[in-house]
Design a binder for this molecule. Structure first.
Ligand code: DSN
Length: 415
C-alpha cells in the first residue's frame, strides 16, 4: 500500500509499516485470534472520523457537532443487531478486556462471586485470573474441563454452581475448541439465580456466519471483540437483553470509558456489513473445515490434540507429546515464517511463559483463501520443522514453501 504523506513526513515509521506489510504478506498467521481486514475496513479506520469527540450516545452527546457521528454509530448498532439478533448493542468498547470490565461493572459489586473457566483450561485473563482486575475485584470461583475428554462437563458446572451460588456465570473462551452448551448454562444459572455472561470474542464470526450456536438470544449479556473471526477493526462491543440496556450503557460510558473511537466504530459498521453477506457464511464454514483438517492432520502425525478435535477455528496441541514445550515450538515455527501462540494445556505442569501447548488457528489463512489441502501441507511442514529443528537447510527450504504459498494467496489489502 502507498502512504505518501507518511513517507514524506516520517520515514522511520513509514519504514516499519512497510516492513510489517512485507512480513504479513510473506509469513503465515496461525494465531487463532488474528485475521486480515478488508481494504474497506482499513480505509474506514484511517478517516477523519478520528478527529471527533462524542462522549455519550446517539442523540445524547456531551459535545456539539455529533449529528453525523450519530449516523455512524446508529448504522453500526443496527447492523450488529441484525447480525446477532440482539435486543440492545453498545459498539463503544475499545477492546475485549474493557468490554468485560464494563459487563462486570454493570452487573456486579466488588467482592461478588462469579463462576468462570480456569485460564489454563482455556479461559481468559479477564475471566477471573488473580493477576487481572477481574480476579482482584471479584470473587471468582473456577470450573475446569474434564481432564480425559478435554471438554466442559455440564454436570460438573452444575455441581459447582449449586455449591457456590455465584451471582454471574461466564462462558465463552480463548483456547477451547468445542461447541458451548449455552442453553444448559442458562438452565444452571436459572437454578441458582445467576446472570449469564458469554464472551464470544473468539467465535463471534463463526456465530455471525451461522456455523456455531448463538448465545445472544439466550444469555443476559454477551461481549465480543470485533477483530478476530469477525474480521473487523481492533475493538469490541456488548450485546444484551433490553432490560439491561441502561446499566450496560452507563457502565461503558461514563463508567469505564470516555470518548468512543468513531473511526473504529465506522470500521465496525463496515465489517458488520461484510459479515451480513452470504460470502461471510462461506468464509466461516471454510474456517471450521480448515480447523478440522488441521486437528485431524496433527492427530495423524501423532500429536495430542486437546479434546481430540475441534468444532471451531482453533486447536490446542500438546507439544510435549513430541518432546518439546510450546515456547520451543513457537520459536521453531517463527523460523519457518509461521506465527503461532504458545498455550497452556489443562492442568499444565509447565508455567504460562513456557507452557506445554501451542494454540493453532485458521481464521487468517482462510481469509487468504487457503483450503483443507493447503492446511494439511502446512501441518506437515510444521511437523517436518519440529522433527528437524536443528537442520538449518531443511528449515530454510520449508520457509521457502511457506513464502510461496503465502504469495499465491495474498492478504486482502494486497489484492
Ligand atoms: N489475546 C487474545 C487471544 O489471543 O486469544 C485474547 O485476548
Amino acid at each position: 500500500m502507498n502512504y505518501p504523506a507518511l513517507k514524506l513526513q516520517d520515514e522511520e515509521i513509514f519504514q516499519t509499516i512497510k516492513n510489517e506489510e512485507k512480513r504479513q504478506a510473506e509469513e503465515m498467521e496461525m494465531i487463532a485470534s488474528e485475521n486480515y481486514v478488508s481494504s474497506a475496513v482499513l480505509e474506514a479506520m484511517g478517516t477523519i472520523l478520528t478527529n471527533k469527540y462524542s462522549e455519550g450516545y446517539p442523540g445524547k452527546r456531551y459535545y456539539g457537532g455529533n449529528q453525523i457521528i450519530d449516523d455512524v454509530e446508529n448504522i453500526a448498532i443496527e447492523r450488529a443487531k441484525k447480525l446477532f439478533g440482539a435486543e440492545h448493542v453498545n459498539v463503544q468498547p475499545l477492546s475485549g478486556s474493557p468490554a468485560n470490565a464494563a459487563v462486570y461493572m454493570a452487573f456486579l459489586k466488588p467482592g461478588d462471586k462469579v463462576l468462570g473457566l480456569k485460564l489454563d483450561h482455556g479461559g481468559h485473563l479477564s475471566h477471573g485470573h488473580p493477576v487481572n482486575f477481574s480476579g482482584m475485584l471479584y470473587n471468582f470461583v473456577q470450573y475446569e474441563v474434564d481432564i480425559d475428554t478435554g471438554k466442559i462437563d455440564m454436570e460438573e458446572v452444575r455441581k459447582i454452581a449449586k455449591k457456590e451460588k455465584p451471582k454471574m456465570i461466564v462462558a465463552g473462551y480463548s483456547a477451547y475448541s468445542r461447541e458451548i452448551e449455552w442453553e444448559k448454562f442458562q438452565e444452571i444459572a436459572d437454578e441458582v439465580g445467576a446472570f449469564t455472561f458469554a464472551d464470544i470474542a473468539h467465535t463471534a464470526g463463526l456465530i455471525a456466519g451461522e456455523q456455531m450456536k448463538n448465545p445472544v438470544p439466550i444469555f443476559d449479556v454477551v461481549s465480543t471483540t470485533t477483530h478476530k473471526t469477525l474480521r473487523g477493526p481492533r475493538g469490541a462491543m456488548i450485546m444484551c437483553k433490553k432490560e439491561f440496556a441502561k446499566q450496560i450503557d452507563r457502565a461503558v460510558f461514563p463508567g469505564m470509558q470516555g470518548g468512543p473511537h468513531d473511526h473504529i466504530n465506522a470500521a465496525k459498521a463496515v465489517a458488520f456489513g461484510e459479515a451480513l453477506k452470504d460470502d461471510f457464511k462461506k468464509y466461516s464454514a471454510q474456517t471450521i473445515k480448515n480447523a478440522k483438517a488441521m486437528a485431524d492432520e496433527f492427530i495423524k502425525l501423532g500429536y495430542k490434540v486437546i479434546s481430540d478435535g475441534t468444532d471451531n477455528h482453533l486447536a490446542v496441541v500438546d507439544m510435549t507429546s513430541k518432546g518439546l514445550t510450546g515456547k520451543e515450538a513457537e520459536t521453531i515455527l517463527d523460523r519457518i515464517g509461521i506465527s503461532v501462540s504458545r498455550s497452556t494445556i489443562p492442568n499444565d505442569p509447565n508455567p504460562p511463559m513456557n507452557p506445554s501447548g501451542v494454540r493453532f488457528g485458521t481464521p487468517a489463512i482462510t481469509t487468504r483463501g487457503m483450503k483443507e489441502a493447503d492446511v494439511r501441507r502446512i501441518i506437515n511442514w510444521i511437523n517436518n520443522a519440529i522433527e528437524n529443528k536443528d537442520e538449518i537447510e531443511i528449515l530454510e527450504k520449508i520457509k521457502d514453501e511457506v513464502v510461496a504459498l503465502c504469495k499465491a494467496n495474498p492478504i486482502p489489502t494486497a489484492k
